[in-house]
Design a protein around this ligand. Sequence first.
Ligand code: AMP
Length: 140
Amino acid sequence: MAVTRTLSIIKPDATRRNLTGRVTQMLEEAGLRVVASKRIRLTRAQAEAFYAVHRERPFFASLVAFMTSGPVVVQVLEGEDAVALNRRVMGATDPAQAEPGTIRRELAESIEANTVHGSDSDENAAREIAFFFSEIEIVG
Ligand code: AMP
C-alpha cells in the first residue's frame, strides 16, 4: 500500500469545544502524520465553493452556515492509503452510526456538527488539498 495524502478539516464544533489537540492525537495514533496545518475562518464563498458538490442537497445552506460559524483547522494528513485510513478513524457521517472508538462516535455532536471532514477519494483529496495549501506549505 502506498503512502498517500488526504485533506482533513477539524470543524467549528470541535474548535469551539477546544478539541483540536484531542482530534489530532486520534489521527496520529491511527498512523496518520500531519504534514500541513492551519487554523482559518472560512468565508461563506469559500465554504460554498468547497462543498459545491452538495449545492442541491437540502442541508447545503445549513452546512455552509455551520462551517462558517467558527474557526476550522485544515490539515494535510499523510499515511498508508491515507483517504481510507482517515475515513476509518473518523467513523460514519452520522455519529449514531459510527463505530465505538472513532472520532465521530466519541466526539461529534450531530450528523452536521460531526467534528471532522475527510476526503472521500484520492482525486478529491488532491483537489481539496490544492484548495487550501500550496506545495511549499506541505512538509512531510
Ligand atoms: P461529506 O462531503 O460527505 O463530508 O458531507 C458533507 C457534510 O455535510 C457532512 O460531513 C455533514 O457535516 C453534512 N451532512 C451530510 N449529510 C447530512 C445530513 N443528512 N444532514 C445534515 N448535514 C449533513
